[in-house]
Design a protein around this ligand. Structure first.
Ligand SMILES: Cc1cc2nc3c(=O)[nH]c(=O)nc-3n(C[C@H](O)[C@H](O)[C@H](O)COP(=O)(O)OP(=O)(O)OC[C@H]3O[C@@H](n4cnc5c(N)ncnc54)[C@H](O)[C@@H]3O)c2cc1C
Length: 402
């Protein structure tokens, strides 16, 4: 196992850095670095820049528009992007649905939907979770009943999805729906693509702890969906759903995001003072920063170890769960330390500080205004993509054999 990058990989890193210097809009990078929210237009603009270069769908095979990168190249690209302050690629179309269509979609679906993901014609959202079906996802109850009438074959969908991230921006949603209930629950699920503009769909906002509108509830009442929008076979959706989840957890460790956040924390600890000295010189605070840095270095090595195993023909199994747990714990710890570093200045909850152009009265260090909101927002990391407790269950089954 060789964990060092080769000369070619280092050359690739330089190419990525040049690209980021030339093409990443500084205004957007600044917004990301300040932990502020991006607009729909900002996210779409970054997608378009990556797509123009052919680097948007870096998990896709070349024949569908991917760049044909190795696992190591993807790792380098994603980390350098995060460190430079590039927005994360909105994952629902590119990283989740795309791989499912490539593996399980029919030719017509691939020809129609994949180019539209790349050029941004469609904004997808993920309709998996329901009230009562989160960790226990196979319990989904939203029903799809197949009907035939004069205008053709279609499904009629009724039910509710929840926690639908950026559903208010989306024109398409991929859903797990129940098409059979007299079988084992995993065997009665289908994977359906639904146009959000179909009559009978209602999107309602959920406002999170940080005051933001990021997630939604989506209600379906007698929604008509053409049968052509079924992916793969009816009642085989659980297989496709699980395949998608392995992609959702890929790179969820977010090493680059932690590296960037740690650098911000260290900068803050230099200019924030306690008892007349920089906070970085406070032994207790410095020890916590050192611990999280060591954890991050360990995680980087584990991440590279997994990549080396994949490059050698292996498959990431429970390791992606390990990376998910450690990666999200580290990101949460860094945001917690930043909040602590701000001391009493983090106490006023300034929701507006999460938006670009905030020019509120400066109280305390620059990082103070967004510290609390960022801390709250990062609580989600250990819940979505399969909660950390569920990842521990996976590890205990797959690694410890319990
Ligand atoms: C910000 C955010 C964005 C999200 N975006 C989306 C999205 O776009 N699309 C989508 O479909 N879903 C999305 N989700 C939903 C997410 O996948 C679920 O919240 C998650 O799977 C947990 O499900 P739940 O909320 O129903 O909690 P529950 O499943 O009710 O779990 C509650 C608690 O019990 C624990 N628990 C449950 N079962 C077990 C068990 N067997 N062993 C040990 N502990 C257990 C959990 O870890 C958790 O701590 C999002 C969630 C959040 C917070």
């Amino acid at each position: 196992m060789d964990l060092k990058f080769t000369a070619e990989e280092e050359a690739f890193r330089s190419e990525v850095l040049d690209f980021l210097r030339e093409r990443l809009p500084q205004r957007i990078a600044e917004t990301v670095r300040n932990g502020q929210h991006l607009t729909r237009e900002d996210m779409a603009a970054w997608h378009a820049i990556l797509n123009e270069r052919g680097w948007l769908a870096n998990h896709w095979p070349k024949e569908y528009g991917g760049p044909g990168w190795s696992a190591v190249q993807k790792f380098i690209f994603e980390n350098e992007c995060a460190i430079a302050g590039a927005p994360r690629i909105v994952p629902f179309g590119v990283n989740m649905l795309g791989p499912v269509l490539i593996k399980y979609g029919n030719e017509a679906q691939k020809r129609h939907w994949l180019p539209r993901i790349l050029d941004g014609s469609d904004w997808w959202c993920q309709g998996y979770s329901e009230p009562g079906a989160g960790s226990d996802l196979a319990s989904v109850r939203t029903s799809a009943v197949r009907k035939t009438d004069a205008s053709g074959d279609h499904y009629v969908v009724n039910g509710q999805k929840t926690w639908t991230t950026l559903g208010h921006y989306a024109n398409m949603i991929f859903c797990l729906v129940r098409t059979a209930s007299d079988v084992r629950k995993q065997e009665g699920i289908s994977f359906l693509l639904i146009d959000m503009n179909t009559p009978g769909i209602e999107v309602r906002p959920i406002i999170t702890l940080d005051g933001e509108h990021e997630v939604n509830e989506v209600f379906f009442t007698d929604v008509r969906v053409p049968v052509e929008n079924l992916v793969g076979e009816e009642n085989k959706g659980w297989t496709y759903a699980k395949y998608l989840l392995t992609y959702e957890r890929t790179n969820i460790a977010g090493v680059g995001f932690s590296v960037a956040a740690l650098a911000r924390l260290k900068r803050a600890a230099q200019h924030v003072t306690r008892n007349g000295k920089p906070l970085a010189q406070d032994p207790q605070f410095a020890a916590r920063v050192a611990k999280v840095e060591i954890d991050l270095e360990n995680m980087k090595t584990t991440n590279l170890r997994v990549i080396a195993a994949v490059a050698g023909g292996g498959v990431p199994g429970a390791e992606s769960s390990m990376l998910k747990i450690r990666g999200t714990e580290i990101r949460q710890e860094i945001s917690s330390l930043l909040r602590r570093a701000m001391g009493p200045y983090a106490a006023p909850f300034v929701e507006e500080a999460l938006h670009e152009g905030y020019e509120g009265e400066a109280v305390g260090p620059d990082e103070a205004a967004s510290a609390a909101a960022l801390y709250f927002n990062n609580r989600k990391l250990s819940i979505f993509g399969g909660s950390n407790e569920i990842q521990k269950n996976i590890i205990s089954k797959m690694i410890l054999g319990l």
